[in-house]
Design a protein. Sequence first.
Length: 383
Amino acid sequence: MLTLKKLTAVFFILSYGIIACGAATAADKDSILLYTPFTKISVPPGESIDYTIDVINNGDRLETLDLSVNNLPRNWNYTLKAGALNVRQVAVLPGEKKSISLRVEVPFQVNKGNYRIYLAAGENYNLPLTVNISEQGTYMTEFTTRQANMKGNAGSTFNYSADLINRTADAQTYSLKGDVPRGWMVTFSANGKQVTSVDVEANSTVNVFIEIKPSEQVEEGNYVIPVSAVSGSSSGELKLEAVITGSYKLELTTPTGLLSSDIVAGKERKIDLVVRNTGTSVLSDVQLTHAAPVNWEVSFEPKKIETILAGREATLTATIKADRKAIPGDYVTNLEARTPEASSKASFRMSVKTPMLWGWIGVLIIAAAAGTVWYLFRKYGRR
């Protein structure tokens, strides 16, 4: 029979063995450490999250571990890589570590909130990761611009910059259309080329430039122009606004429309001018300028016109003085009416004539020469 002393010894041996086995199991379980510095990350829908994860072997033997991601929500995707290689298993020597990259792709159609996923290494090791979706997700196309409203006159060209965002899971080919009033023109450009459609990869953005030119007879007012990007499965619409302040047009001419006259060298010629406002807005501070031949002089009366209402006209007089040494011939004098918004030029052809006195002198010289010849013929012709 076993004595009390022997029973006590057996009890201690068994207890020590159980404790040692438990300690060994705990030591084995704690020999692998999964580490990443950022375990909770906040992103909007449609983003991808990249983790760098270290698998550290604190044990005394080689560990070969299968890798996977668990508890991943539906339609979420992930990839595990070591450098350029996709990996599903990692082997780590004692006292060493291996770094792997985990990319988690969040879909566009996802609810706002926190999502807990786990990187599993083997059966016993898990790294919990929390992804916070910062806003309610969508599954659609977005067509946006930072500046949808522009202002200009009827002769302006309105240029808008828009972002076409494909928030679907597939690449899309979008047809670009603009619903402009009759007589207006709209053109689209992307990647430096004029286009009527554009290809956008999934989860990508393409910058689209939109140019809108009003018709020449457009009236003042606010015009809303719907612009759309339509594919076979999704579409986006953008509303642009063009504020037309009116057109600025100017015409410089004469009451009869005749743009030619004659002038005597060294003399002046007064020309009546008409400045017409053919636009739809008031023209202010109309300045008159000229470009005349060398040593010619040009002046205006009045020197400037304060205002001309739309559809109205103003009259003035230009005085042109020719160079006194100008030889007979045609000379061009350019006159211009100008405002900050519009301008108009008129080219006058001025024919220089010799003074009447010189004409009579020429006639007298010719007559004197003829008389001299006749006299000489009468006197010496029969000899």
